[in-house]
Design a protein around this ligand. Structure first.
Ligand SMILES: Cc1cn([C@H]2C[C@H](O)[C@@H](COP(=O)(O)OP(=O)(O)O)O2)c(=O)[nH]c1=O
Length: 228
């Protein structure tokens, strides 16, 4: 096992179980290896001068602020890579709650922008890809009712509605079925999120193991190595 830990992205509609899976992976890494992952979000407001463009472009999207928003999230992602993800990878895995796929869907749904066009705009600014993008897939009705049942859930009328979420899901699907066109997503693996959460966690862990993204426990014991 080299000392480079993986950068893992979890994508999926609200309510599909991203937080649940992230917490499960976090505990497995801590419990099995004594290594605490770093968890980041799709936007971390690290490019401070871009914060206003991010908030306006996300919550009041219109044709006039589209390009400024795209450029702002590219700058924020670049700052997140340079200041959080890349420096931490020698020491711990990094798990992102949403990353590029969510942005492709936002621009497709809100601005009718082709995913290839959004991708190109972001790709020119990004220096590194995750090893893996896990896409939690669940019928829109089911994800929405899970999300709405959540305590304190803030529902947005222009986003958390069935026809919008269905279009977001269709966009995910269009990308997941053509991953070769989107190398900055890393390996893209769809997980069936209808299953009980322990099965989803096991499936995700199997994907990591198959790709040698988790250290082998035997090697660790034999080598007396402790990554903590
Ligand atoms: C994964 C999962 C979550 N839930 C609940 C827990 C949460 O209240 C809600 C949403 O899960 P959550 O993990 O918060 O999803 P996301 O981060 O993608 O929005 O659904 C279930 O009822 N069953 C499940 O299998």
């Amino acid at each position: 096992m080299n000392d480079r830990y993986p950068f893992i992205v979890i994508e999926g509609l609200d309510g599909t179980g991203k937080t649940t899976l992230r917490k499960g992976l976090f505990r497995l890494w801590e419990g099995l290896y004594g290594v605490t992952p770093l968890c980041v979000l799709t936007t971390n407001f690290l490019a401070v001068d871009q914060a206003a463009a991010i908030v306006t472009g996300k919550y009041q999207p219109n044709a006039g602020n589209r390009d400024a928003y795209l450029s702002a999230i590219a700058a924020d992602k670049r700052a997140t890579l340079e200041r959080l993800v890349l420096p931490q990878r020698p020491a711990r895995p990094v798990i992102a709650d949403r990353w590029l796929l969510s942005e492709l869907a936002f621009f497709a749904v809100k601005h009718d922008m082709k995913v290839s066009k959004t991708y190109e705009a972001l790709a020119t600014r990004l220096t590194a890809a995750p090893d893996l993008t896990l896409v939690l897939d669940l019928e829109t009705d089911a994800s929405m009712s899970r999300a709405h049942a959540r305590q304190g859930d803030a529902v947005r009328a222009d986003w958390d509605v069935h026809n919008v979420q269905s279009r977001v899901r269709e966009t995910y699907e269009s990308v997941v079925t053509k991953p070769d066109g989107f190398p900055l997503l890393g390996d893209v693996v769809r997980l069936d999120a209808r299953r009980p959460r322990c099965e989803v966690l096991l499936a995700a862990w199997d994907v990591l193991r198959e790709r040698h993204l988790v250290p082998s426990l035997t090697a660790q014991v034999e080598g007396g190595e402790n990554h903590g």
